[in-house]
Design a protein around this ligand. Structure first.
Ligand code: GLC
Length: 575
């Protein structure tokens, strides 16, 4: 009985932070941060995992580490770049998996002091951030490829390590954790307020298996009671004591919820380039300005934050590809940031147009990515009275608003004020009240499920994205079968439907797609349409049995697709 009580109590004490915790307030309001990965791997210039990817022995890696010499590092410029982009906080790597400390660490010889650089880059950036009113936090890897006590060691480097040696509960890990805490103590005591401690490399379970995760958590809290701690101190699961979740390289389809269904704080961390966090001079793919602006909007509309990454060069510069994109985000934010900072998630389950929504008390912001061709924007199931409607980019313009059944229709000017994302602002009579999403059949009774209103079920390394061009809104870069567009919708009438896929394909071979609906799955083939943007309804149609009411329709490719654009599914009721 007594143990039971103690257990219950400790569960209550360890419970995850409440969504309205004043400690997390800045995080909920600021929405946008800059992530910086910087260390000896930048010298190699081919991904921060270079030591592992190329199996570089420690002694050889140290040659690169000793060359780290950021003579062109201008901390004030980095901070200004972040600030002008609209970011409100910075998270810098203190120590990545390679174990190298980018500050002067008294408890390690593997730090900035082995380089020719005479300063402390960590302290310099912390100081510059403080001067410009930016919050500052750090990333810290639990996994450590350098520390002699850390286990497991890399098998390619220590092939002789027995199972016991590799075990995360090997007692030497306790020495390692004691060391890690001393390094954390330095970072948490010598550099002022730390906004975030952003752990990583938790998947080897060093802390969990040694039952040290709560210990480290409490240790940090004691030094800096207000700092936020990400979920990688623990297992990455909602429901632990972490302040926020960290989906990596993807935007979760519907935000993140705790096991009891309540929204939790989260922050998507994403690289501007294809997949390197540390400087990679061989990366040639970069997200476009519009990808990044729309991603920020999408993340915020789902209740999250965006932590966007740059990997500076070893001499301390941020490459032009990153700079121009951050500047473009800043241009957009200068006009539209009122629809980002301090907002809460979209009240809509789904929107009939390609865009997103955010809310600030009784103000509703609609981010329109594809300007409607008929000049009308449909706001589905909005119950409030609309007091006024305008355009954030042009305060003089007043828009006409009409009601059509449950929906509100906004009359738009003929051209979009912003080709990437135009923001319409509605002032309501109170916080938005929204009814269920009702699909409006076309005049012939058919129902269109367009990509604009689909979500993408996805995970780490998301590739598929929505795009629009010449009036088409479509899914592109569908190069992973794990990226699955789906629609949750309510069907007014059950029965048999003919389903037609509208797509464009330049793929020589016919592609196989699976449609899952009404508890069954159906296969169809999609031959080339003659081009990546030549949209045609598939000749191969399938007949679906769909019940009336709530349901979900998902479309999966059998294999990775390239030069393939997926636009919509049309459901035609059969007599
Ligand atoms: C991954 C990688 C790491 C990167 C981190 C950022 O876990 O191991 O290199 O720093 O993601 O989220």
């Amino acid at each position: 009985m007594k143990t039971c009580l103690v257990l219950l109590l400790s569960v209550a004490v360890l419970a995850q932070p409440q969504p309205d915790d004043p400690r997390t307030r800045w995080f909920r309001e600021d929405k946008f941060g800059l992530f910086i990965h910087w260390g000896p791997y930048s010298v190699i210039g081919r991904h921060e995992w270079a030591r592992q990817f190329f199996q570089i022995p420690q002694a050889e890696y140290d040659v690169f580490a000793r060359q780290f010499n950021p003579v062109n590092f201008q901390p004030d410029e980095w901070v200004s770049l972040a600030k002008n982009a609209g970011a409100k906080y910075i998270v810098l790597t203190s120590k990545h998996h390679d174990g190298f400390a980018i500050w002067k660490s008294k408890v390690s010889d593997y730090d900035i002091e082995i380089t020719p650089y005479r300063n402390d880059p960590f302290g310099q950036l912390a100081e510059a951030a403080r001067k410009q009113g930016m919050r500052f936090g750090f990333y810290h890897s639990i996994m450590d490829w350098h520390h002699p006590d850390y286990r497991p060691r890399r098998p390619w480097e220590y092939p002789g390590d027995g199972e016991q040696e590799k075990s995360p509960t090997n007692p030497s890990n306790l020495r390692y954790i004691a060391f890690m805490k001393e390094q954390l103590r330095e970072l948490l005591t010598n550099y002022g307020d730390i906004a975030v401690v952003w752990f990583d490399g938790e998947w080897e379970h060093t802390l969990r298996d040694n039952r040290m995760d709560d210990d480290v958590y409490d240790f940090i809290r004691k030094i800096q009671p207000n700092t936020l701690i990400n979920d990688r101190l623990y297992e990455r699961k909602p429901g632990n004591r972490a302040d926020f979740g960290t989906p990596e390289q993807y935007v979760p389809a519907t935000g993140i919820r705790s096991p009891d269904g309540k929204p939790v704080l989260w922050e998507a961390c994403v690289t501007i380039n294809e997949s390197s966090w540390g400087y990679n001079r061989y990366e040639t793919e970069f997200k476009t300005d519009r990808d990044l602006i729309r991603m920020l909007v999408e993340v915020v509309s789902k209740g999250g934050n965006l932590l966007l990454n740059v990997g500076p060069t070893p001499d301390g510069r941020i490459q032009q590809e990153f700079v121009t994109r951050l500047q473009a985000m800043g241009q957009w934010m200068k006009v539209n940031s009122d629809s980002i900072y301090g907002t809460t998630a979209s009240p809509f389950e789904k929107l009939p147009f390609f865009g997103r929504a955010t809310v600030k008390r009784d103000r509703l912001f609609l981010h329109v990515f594809q300007w409607p061709r008929n000049g009308r924007l449909r706001v589905p199931g909005l119950k409030n009275q609309v007091k006024s409607a305008g355009i954030l980019a042009d305060q003089k313009v007043r828009l006409t608003v009409n009601r059509e059944g449950e929906d509100v229709l906004i009359q738009l000017p003929s051209t979009a004020p912003d080709e990437i994302a135009s923001v319409i602002e509605l002032k309501l009579d109170g916080p938005p009240q929204v009814g269920p999403y009702v699909i409006h059949p076309e005049s012939d009774g058919s129902i269109e499920l367009g990509i604009e209103s689909a979500e993408i079920d996805t995970r780490f390394e998301q590739r598929a994205k929505k795009e629009n061009f010449l009036g088409h809104v479509f899914l592109t870069r569908w190069t992973r079968t794990d990226d699955v567009p789906y629609w949750n919708f309510s069907l007014p009438k059950g029965g048999r439907y003919r389903a037609e896929i509208v797509y464009a394909s330049a793929m020589g071979e016919p592609q196989k797609l699976t449609v899952e609906a009404g508890g069954k799955s159906y296969e169809l083939t999609a031959p080339s349409t003659g081009g990546e943007f030549v949209f045609r309804p598939a000749k191969d149609v399938i007949e679906l049995d769909l019940p009336a009411g709530e349901q979900s329709l998902r479309v999966k490719p059998a294999a990775a697709l390239s030069r393939f654009s997926f636009e919509k599914v049309r459901l035609i009721p059969l007599p």
